[in-house]
Write a protein that binds this ligand. Structure first.
Ligand code: ADP
Length: 392
């Protein structure tokens, strides 16, 4: 049985090593929507090479151009400039049907009058796949999605999560060369979203198809992707594996967007000679690893960034180091596994994620420590990273 005939075994669809040539190439993609005036630039000169089998997640705030990118790949938008190349072929002018791409949407778009089996069978039917093969593919996909017992049900008799599985099934039966996902988990409740995320991960490990996934949810971006593409305002901000995006954000936007609660930012003056970083809230030593990586000398203005989890309550028994500051605790959020603190010093408010400690109360004065191995400096004009957050 050939690979294209069957999705029977995991081995058939074993993940291709992502070191091959670009399978999907987005080359200078620009999309300008006509608004009767100068136009809306939805995507501005995007370039990315996606390897075969890679799972790429586009993430960014609403309106940053994620869906436009996805729709352009699918052939649902005419692009203004650039090209999209799939498996060596420029797909310009090809209608969506010809591109051999399957798209899974936020709305499940199941046919209400058809059973699950008929819904899953439908894309094959319209493509003229013979009955026997259709049945086989539906059974195999249902098994993969662990929904064989739902095949004779109507969509109205399914939960949201089950409906989304069927929608996935309808995409999988076609054995497309690329999967596109447009916020597919947005309609599910928080708990189910997390479950389905894991299911999608497992599914991708089994079928290993090139996938492009769009979300505004940074947790989905982090957990699902081989590489994340962070977008803002039509422009790509960074393309990198998720942990790298988190640890080494290319700019202030990425640092602030990835992570919850967000990274804290402070207007700062860095004095390389005096080896210190001064903000309105505190003055801390400029770590040696930062000094070594900085191009600048003397004194300059910058933005200092530190993630809430890289701030801890000072252990007074420690009694050494001077990367600490005294703060007023204004809000304590008990999260169970940790506490979110909102603190101020000198009128500057920021957040810390600390070990759970029921002794901490609103109104307390606390001494906090910054982890100087993990803080960031950004250019105060461009927002670009001057030094990454993690010491070598
Ligand atoms: P996202 O998916 O990241 O929320 P979109 O790709 O939907 O962003 O939109 C990007 C930008 O393009 C937004 O400013 C949006 O208002 C604009 N836009 C999207 N579709 C159209 C359209 N059909 N006509 C005009 N502007 C559009």
């Amino acid at each position: 049985m050939s690979k294209t005939d069957s999705i029977n075994t995991e081995q058939d669809y074993a993940r291709t090593d992502a070191d091959s040539e670009a399978f999907l190439k987005i080359d200078g993609l620009t999309k300008v929507y006509d608004d009767g005036g100068s136009g809306v630039v939805a995507v501005d000169d995007m370039n990315i090479d996606v390897k075969e089998g890679e799972f790429i997640v586009f993430v960014g705030p609403s309106g940053c151009g994620k869906s436009t990118t996805l729709r352009s790949i699918a052939g649902l938008e005419e692009i203004t400039e650039g090209q999209i190349v799939i498996n060596g072929e420029n797909v310009e002018g090809q209608p969506p049907r010809k591109r051999d791409i399957a798209m899974v949407f936020q709305s499940y778009a199941l046919y209400p009058h058809m059973t699950v089996r008929e819904n899953m069978e439908y894309p094959l039917k319209v493509r003229g796949v013979p009955k026997e093969k259709r049945m086989q593919r539906v059974e195999e996909s249902a098994k993969l999605l662990e929904i064989p017992d739902l095949l004779e049900r109507q969509p109205k008799d399914l939960s949201g999560g089950q409906q989304q599985r069927v929608a996935l099934g309808r995409a999988i039966v076609r054995e497309p060369r690329v999967f596109l996902f447009d916020e597919p988990l947005s309609n599910l409740d928080a708990k189910l979203r997390v479950q389905m995320r894991t299911e999608l991960n497992k599914l991708h490990n089994k079928i290993g198809k090139t996938s492009i996934y769009v979300t505004h949810d940074q947790a989905e971006a982090m957990t699902l992707s081989d590489r994340v593409v962070v977008m803002n305002d039509g422009e790509v901000q960074q393309i990198a594996p998720p942990q790298q995006v988190y640890d080494q954000p290319a700019n202030e936007f990425v640092g602030g967007f990835m992570g919850s609660p967000s990274m804290n930012f402070f207007d700062a003056t860095v004095n390389v000679d005096a080896e210190e970083i001064r903000t309105d809230a505190f003055t801390i030593p400029l770590p040696e690893w930062m000094q070594e990586r900085l191009d600048q000398t003397g004194e300059f203005d910058a933005r200092f960034g530190v993630r809430p989890e890289d701030i801890s309550v000072r252990n007074s028994a420690d009694g050494h180091g001077d990367s600490h500051t005294t703060v007023d605790v204004t809000v304590v959020e008990e999260m169970g596994s940790n506490f979110f603190l909102t603190v101020t010093n000198n009128g500057v408010e920021y957040k810390a994620i600390v070990e759970p400690n029921t002794d901490i109360e609103r109104g307390d004065k606390l001494s906090l420590d910054f982890d100087l191995q993990k803080c960031h400096l950004f250019d105060n004009h461009t927002g670009d990273s001057l030094v990454y957050g993690t010491a070598p």
